[in-house]
Design a protein around this ligand. Structure first.
Ligand SMILES: O=C(CO)[C@H](O)[C@H](O)COP(=O)(O)O
Length: 225
């Protein structure tokens, strides 16, 4: 199943609640929530208080992408703030296995993200435990960047590994996803698509529906977990 995960990083924060309701009503599958600490990535975004406020407005799946150092320190807090799934970066965890187990023990979906220059071999001893792998298709920290070309091949290789092992982990891609390149990324094997600029710039409802139409016409996609 293909899924759209609009990234609220590109929303107008002065009317965040309304914009979130608008994209959820238009058919967004997940709400992608980018938390940045100014250390792991250069920028600082928002955290638990914003998530808690949004939780009052929607039941949509909160797909929380933690771009923070040592996220294991905050797992309970993110669950309490409404997270349904938590993604941590392989590059930001001293103890990746322990961090993934902590997410799962809370009953949340667990995912690991890899920066563009991080090898897939980082997943060798953790893939079986994951609900999802997030392949960053830009360097994390900012919306509105151009997708890095060699990430198509990275996604294709990961899909081969996941299918070859008979696993069901989803592959999410994040950064520079547009209506022009999404089909190529689908063909490469990704099945969950984060989109910031290409959802929130212009007519949000129309943008969400356009992505969903591409998914519907593609007929199928990876089954997922
Ligand atoms: O994780 C992110 C930045 O680190 C964002 O989710 C990502 O960049 C999405 O924005 P856009 O679709 O505009 O590229």
């Amino acid at each position: 199943m293909y899924k759209l995960a609009p990234s609220i990083l590109s929303a107008d924060f002065s009317k965040l609640g309304e914009e979130v309701e608008e994209i959820v009503n238009a058919g967004a599958d997940y709400l992608h929530i980018d938390v940045m600490d100014g250390i792991f990535v250069p920028s600082i975004s928002f955290g638990m208080p914003v998530m808690k406020s949004l939780r009052k407005r929607t039941d949509c799946f909160f797909d929380v992408h933690l771009m923070i150092e040592e996220p294991i320190r905050y797992m309970n807090e993110f669950k309490e703030a409404g997270a349904d799934g938590i993604t941590v970066h392989a590059e930001s965890c001293k103890h990746l296995n322990r961090t993934v187990q902590a997410i799962k023990e809370l009953g949340l979906k667990a995912a690991v993200a890899l920066n563009p220059a991080t090898s897939l071999s980082c997943l060798d001893y953790i893939l079986e435990d994951l609900d999802m792998v997030l392949i960053m298709t830009v360097n994390p920290g900012f919306g509105g960047q151009k997708l890095i070309e060699n990430t198509y091949e990275k996604v294709r290789k990961l899909r081969e590994i996941i299918d070859g092992k008979g696993l069901k982990a989803d592959i999410q891609v994040d950064g520079g996803i547009t209506l022009q390149n999404v089909e190529r990324m689908m063909d490469s094997g990704a099945n969950i698509f984060v989109a910031g600029t290409s959802v929130f710039k212009g007519d949000k409802q129309k943008n969400v529906k356009a992505f969903k139409e591409v998914f519907a016409n593609a007929n199928g996609g990876h089954e997922g977990r």
